[in-house]
Ligand binder design. Structure first.
Ligand code: SAJ
Length: 442
């Protein structure tokens, strides 16, 4: 088959929905994507290393907040969606999406091993006339410099002739009630025009949001890094402004609300105990690492990381001053932490700054309990912790200081205010509470 025949055959399969889809990694990105592809009519198989997740999917049991339980169950029952740990199903796959983690190692260097290992496993079974699309956030160059050679060498196929390759960054915002996988615009950059066209055709057939085509995978990789670095740096700005405002006796929260009245040229970011999640605190370091290959040091990224990473200790320092005013040493004081998830109304604690705040208090001898309705227990650095069962009057009055680190919206903050000795609110979660006598804001 000529290259055009290979391309047109794949485009036809996408058009008539006979293309077989494989999604590597069934996490907060992969499972919603697999569900959307199956809903669009493509028989979809998720390849997941964790057997427990494979079993849950095959039993029709959902484990991702952004996926509708009944939809997943129905798709599995109909045979449109299934999961496996076996990569050999790639031999029958026409569209293969890689949605695996791209974490940092202990030295803040990219850990690209999940992407590399997925590519190696795919290359063993990759068939002629298929397309591979990487969705994981990564440094510019990953698709062409890392993925492409592994797929060609392992399969003996030629990219752009026998198979196609593209990058299309995931844009999942866990817990976002408005923007989901289906209605969020998608950027696509292929290795050559044909790869871009094929990848765009697949996303257009599945998603409602617009598909924005760019000239190369590098552009798509870099735009995703820009999205998240933009957030990281602006959060650092909000944090630094909060520190300055405190010194000047100005409310940062009032300042931001005032700045927000500007209808153009300003987007509000808010200070907090630090930056959590699996993207914002990590992704900028993928760029910082790659930039050094070009003898460039990303000063702004490094500085924003230093500011954001200093916030947990700043929260502990501020709390110690509050307790000092109450004539209570930090050492031996009872602290109740409200919220350990990395952001409101979700159950994910990855890189959550609240965990570092708790560590900071305990290092100075405080006795710390936490309450998080989304996180009944967690393991952190080998220590298991359990949330207090109920946020009742006794638990609140028991605490010398209540520290709000995650602004969950399902907490009765009026009740918290009227039953606590003192509250340090680092997220302005209590903005609707009238009586401010025992509340201090970051
Ligand atoms: N945070 C602040 N101040 C702010 C905004 C956020 O302190 O003004 C903190 C949050 O509390 C959280 C962290 O920063 O700890 C990250 O917050 P986030 O809202 O960026 O949440 P993520 O990381 O779950 O989702 C982000 C997406 N968020 C939004 O676009 C709103 C988006 O950047 C990416 O699509 C996604 O990560 C990803 O997977 O890359």
């Amino acid at each position: 088959m000529s290259r055009d025949e290979v391309k047109n055959a794949l485009l036809q399969k996408i058009k008539d929905k006979t293309a077989a889809v494989a999604v590597i990694g069934l996490g907060y990105v992969g499972l919603p994507l697999a569900v959307e592809k199956a809903k669009a009519g493509y028989r979809t198989i998720g390849i997941e290393v964790q057997k427990s997740k494979v079993d849950m999917v095959n039993e029709g049991h959902n484990y991702i907040g952004d996926v509708v339980d009944a939809e997943l169950e129905d798709l599995v029952k109909k045979g449109m969606l299934s999961a496996t740990t076996d990569f050999s199903i790639v031999k029958d796959a026409d569209f293969i999406a890689i949605c695996v983690p791209t974490p940092l190692d202990d030295y803040q260097q990219p850990d690209i091993s999940y992407v590399r290992n997925s590519a190696i496993d795919i290359s063993k079974y990759l068939k002629k006339g298929s397309i591979v699309v990487l969705e994981s956030t990564t440094y510019p160059g990953t698709t062409e410099e890392l993925l492409l050679p592994i797929l060609e060498e392992g399969s003996g196929l030629k990219c752009g002739e026998d198979f196609f390759l593209a990058y299309s960054p995931e844009r999942v915002d866990p817990g976002n009630k408005i923007y989901k996988t289906k209605n969020t615009p998608k950027v696509v950059g292929g290795v050559g025009k044909d790869s871009t066209e094929i990848a765009a055709a697949m996303y257009n057939s599945v998603l409602d949001g617009c598909v924005h085509e760019v000239s190369s995978p590098k552009v798509a990789e870099m735009e995703k890094i820009l999205e998240n670095t933009y957030r990281n740096i602006n959060i650092a700005l909000a944090n630094e402004m909060a520190i300055i405002c405190k010194k000047m006796g100005i409310s940062i929260w009032e300042v931001i609300d005032a700045a927000k009245t500007k209808p153009y040229g300003f987007q509000a970011f808010y200070p907090g105990p630090g930056v959590g999640g699996h993207c914002i605190p990590l992704d900028p370091y993928y760029l910082a690492w790659k930039a050094r290959e070009y003898d460039y040091h990303t000063k702004l990224i490094e500085t924003s990381g230093i500011i954001n990473d200093s916030m947990p200790d700043y929260v502990v320092e501020r709390a110690s001053k509050i307790l000092n005013r109450l004539k209570k040493p930090l050492n031996g004081s009872k602290i109740l932490i409200l919220g350990v998830a990395y952001k409101q109304d979700i159950d994910d604690i990855r890189h959550s700054p609240a965990l570092k705040v708790i560590e900071g208090f305990e290092r100075l001898g405080s006795i710390v309990n936490y309450y998080d309705p989304y996180v009944p227990y967690y393991d952190y650095k080998g220590a298991k912790r359990t949330s207090i069962k109920e946020l009742n009057k006794q638990e609140l009055q028991n605490a010398d200081l209540v520290v709000i680190t995650t602004a969950h919206t399902n907490i009765d903050y009026e009740f918290v205010q009227s039953n606590s000795k003192f509250i340090f609110d680092t997220k302005n979660a209590m903005k609707e509470v009238e009586n401010r006598d025992n509340i201090e804001l970051l």
